[in-house]
Design a protein around this ligand. Sequence first.
Ligand code: GAL
Length: 330
Amino acid sequence: MYPRFSPKFLLMSLCVIASTLSTLAQPATSHTSFKPGGPWLDTDGKHIDCHGGNIIYVDSLKTYYWHGEHRGEPRGASCYSSKDLYNWKNEGVVIRKGDIEVFERPKVIYDEKYKRYVMWFHYDGKQYSVAELGVAVSSTPTGPFVVKDHYRPNGHESRDIGMYLDPETKKAYIGYAADHVNRTIRMVELSDDYLSLTTNDVDIDAHCEGPGILKRNGTFYLLTSGCTGWTPNPATYYTATDILGPYTKHGSPFVGDAGNNSFNSQPCYIFKIPGYKDAYLYMGDRWNGGGRPESQYVFLPITITPDGNMELHWYREWDLSMFTPERAKR
Ligand code: GAL
């Protein structure tokens, strides 16, 4: 016996299914620019779910990879790939958080020497009281990443993290929101294989969260947010001639920021775009008061003025043509 459904019931069911499908995927569009805070669909026409993460460029594959928190199910880290930074293909969930209570702010670097991808992330438990760093490894950018370890760096609390791989020295560093619930940021140098930490770990007397780092002409710029959970707040930047400090504190680099909230975003990374002179990409999350999968992204160019100040200006829409291409190496 099969259940009988009325034509009206069937029609209503079809309408519900059709409207659900239409919110899940929209016709794929090709992007030619960044639209900060706007809808951003991947090449399948679905919202990009990749938060609090970072972008790397893998020269041998001539591809950008963006890793970040996959806040939909399954929770963990997602990976998207792109040839132009505007159009992103979903490469899937590259690590599932499984029974890790809190898995946030994954940052990936490519280890050219050992040809592997190392991911560090915020590993935590209930009420963010575990406060550890986790490390995972994969032989491809698209995973699967396997968790190798997790612990407090040199015994210190660690929550939000930023990562910096110095292109000149090949040394890598993690800036982490540290003790007494993110009252300061510490900077720790990684071992040469990027899989563990050294004891070169200093309090750089910066607050608070979302650290992003860039280096220009020998000066390090550290950008941080305040500590107000999913609610945006004014950022602060710091400069130093050594990544381990001492750092000088400056104000917010967001110019004309009427809401005094970093253009309604929280920093997660600064990506040096290869092939362009001084092209620094601010990657920020627009959490909208909660870390939901549909949170948006605020990607903006960072300017270092002739006086050496960091500035971010709002653009409703912009593209890479605002940067000067670097001359090709002979
Ligand atoms: C923010 C932090 C996010 C997340 C959130 C939880 O301050 O930057 O990564 O941990 O708090 O409330």
